[in-house]
Design a protein around this ligand. Sequence first.
Ligand code: CA
Length: 387
Amino acid sequence: MKQRLPILTLVFTLGAFVSTSSFAKANRYTVVGDDEKAIEKALSSVGGKKEKSYQHLKGVATYLSQGQAKQLEEMLGENGKVIRDEFFQAIPPMEAEIQGKPSGGGGGTPAQVVPWGVSAVRAPQAWAYARGAGAIVCVVDSGIDMDHPDLAANILIGANYIDGTTWDDGNGHGTHVAGTIAALDNTIGVVGIAPEAKLIASRVLDNRGNGTCGDMADGILGCLDLRDQVDPGHLNGLVINMSFNSNCAGWELVEAATQTANAAGAFQAAAAGNYSFYSFIRPAVFANVHPATAVNQDLTFASFSNWGFVPGVHEGWTAPGNNILSLWKGGGTRTDSGTSMSTAHVSGVAALMYSAQSLGVGAIDIGLPYEQQGFGLVDALTTVLNH
Ligand code: CA
């Protein structure tokens, strides 16, 4: 008996070691499937528990070890898909980090500025024909500063798809994008491309600009739900602005959401990427999503911008993206650069397209290769005259 004891001890130790190594590190997963009750039951039988239900995506978020995830996958079979879905840097650091001191937002606010990008896409000339009324733009981002004095009157509704709390902008990025699209035409801040368009805030990114593919997909579907709430008759055109990177493991969820949004009639614009390489990031690369590359103020191609328009494959434009003055959280303004900013210009012009009830988004050939400019520099004036 005494001689067997060490062997038993060894077996026990090995067992403990195996279970420790496979259960110690929990990763975030999204489990999708039509039957949420069945997913929850399977989840509890592998020792996991639901972190949250999504609002629109069919499925749940959870934290599991790799071993548990594998077990769950086998258990669910065709009734569910287990997708690794970690928080991912969806806003590139060059845009998300505070680069300069924000201005305005207190006493002594400077007079309203027309940013160079708004002029470059000829929005002021287009305003004689349309100013954005009749268009709703859903900004899927870090939220929108809900009481920004140069924006609040245009915000219809918002929701947080991360944890159901506030959709107020915790980063600033979403407010910057929203300002380029629809900052008010008044005496303060900037003026947006479509100053009479209305905004929906779909918050999917946290204060650092991180998000999960599950939340991004939920937030895109959320745009459709929020639109139904504020415009049940769908009398307005819907634009969805996606100034983020969804190259996370669960990108198929985001792709499926963009397909649903397309079927619902939304115009979707997305950032080409700030990585200076050929080919677009997701979701810009998805079918029926319009990529936006970036140009500088002298209309040369921005060095940070991805490119890679292929005729017949991608339908998109280039747009102002460098040194763009717009709004920031806390009530002020800030200059930022990136294809997120160019995406906002495309969305603003798309809002004018709906506002003018025109046939499509217009462009100007600025002489760049097709793979860089796509249809050309996005242009508000030819857009509103396109009948
Ligand atoms: Ca203004």
